[in-house]
Design a protein around this ligand. Structure first.
Ligand SMILES: Cc1cc2nc3c(=O)[nH]c(=O)nc-3n(C[C@H](O)[C@H](O)[C@H](O)COP(=O)(O)O)c2cc1C
Length: 323
């Protein structure tokens, strides 16, 4: 079948909200902080989802948790993602979250990481649909913003329940469902199975957001065309490549890439105590040069840098040299 791409893609609507693009930054623990979300919004992401936020951290008002909720007007609309497995605590956490005025709240029902699933949260909730339903209802009733749910295909290939689970979420009041088209058992291995995104779209009346393995703007458009989904969430494909949300040609030269890495560094310095988070900053900045021909030496130099100034100088030198 010949593929053709529309010159622009449709807007996304969730409940009464309208987003300028159907391409969304997926929640990524350790990455989707305010600086990165802001950068992705500047490149055209319709909205961005925060890192997952623990309901217990919120209820105990732990400073590290509350720090993750910083937002500014320019990044709006923003969605904050909650994770947890106890309906009453999720309800209380959602109420506290509202003090930070998110435009939407997402509930994590897809994370396969042991630390999360062993407590019954994340993807483990797909094996407990009654409990999941109770969580969704409690959160929906506790807030006055749209609540979305992020799921997987199911526990494993033998126990795929995405369609029934998503229908339950819709009935419980979810305003949209995002689906990472892998099973819990798959983790991040193997390939996604896109047919279930299409099945969800047919089965639900609320928007369906497809997710998994998208590494270019065109591939996102293709997922929308092939599955009929209303939006596409992009995670790893946006790391070191926030321009994935733009329909313009991606940066092709080392100078252009370095320029964007410098923009990211500026934002990290503006909004985070970056000097105290050198390892974190290096990890984010090195992403820009991962897989870029001839950049392994630069990555090494960034990783061994002892100060932010050194990182900035390395990037600036590459910008100048490669013009
Ligand atoms: C480093 C990392 C952190 C993640 N953190 C979260 C998270 O906090 N909440 C969540 O729902 N999913 C999380 N995910 C899953 C992603 O949101 C996404 O569903 C998955 O990576 C597949 O999309 P992708 O292929 O576009 O990356 C994370 C994935 C990665 C690789």
């Amino acid at each position: 079948m010949p593929l053709f791409f529309f010159p622009f893609i449709a807007m996304l609507h969730i409940a009464s909200l309208t987003f300028s693009s159907p391409l969304i930054l997926a929640p990524l623990a350790g990455y989707t902080d305010l600086p990165f979300r802001l950068l992705c919004r500047r490149f055209g992401a319709g909205y961005c989802v925060s890192e997952m936020i623990s309901c217990h951290g919120l209820v105990y008002r732990q400073p590290n948790t509350l720090r993750m909720l910083r937002s500014i007007a320019e990044e709006r609309p923003v969605s904050f993602q909650l994770f947890g497995a106890e309906p009453d605590i999720m309800e209380e956490a959602a109420k506290i979250l509202m003090e930070f005025t998110p435009d939407m709240i997402d509930i994590n029902m897809g994370c396969p990481v042991k630390k999360v699933t062993k407590k019954g949260a994340g993807a483990a909730l797909m094996t407990e649909p009654k409990l999941a339903e109770s969580i969704i209802k409690k959160v929906v009733n506790a807030v006055n913003v749209p609540v979305t749910v992020k799921i997987r295909l199911g526990k494993d290939k033998q126990q795929i329940n995405a369609v029934e689970f998503a229908q339950m979420a819709e009935m419980a009041g979810a305003a949209a469902v995002a689906i990472h088209a892998r099973t819990w058992a798959q983790g991040f291995t193997g390939s996604i199975d896109q047919q279930y995104i299409a099945q969800l779209k047919t089965a639900l009346n609320i928007p369906v957001i497809g997710n998994g393995d998208i590494t270019s703007h065109q591939a996102a458009q293709q997922m929308m065309q092939e599955t009929g989904c209303d939006g596409v969430m992009i995670g790893r494909g946006a790391l070191g490549a926030p321009w994935i949300f733009s329909n313009k040609t991606p940066p092709a030269t080392l100078a252009e890439i370095s320029k964007n890495a410098l923009l990211h560094l500026d934002l990290l310095e503006e909004f985070l105590p970056a000097e105290k988070m050198l390892g974190y900053v290096k990890n984010q900045i090195c992403r820009y040069f991962k897989g870029v021909y001839g950049c392994s030496f630069l990555r090494k130099e960034i990783f061994t840098a002892n100060t932010l100034i050194t990182i900035r100088q390395l990037l600036a030198a590459n910008l100048a040299q490669n013009k």
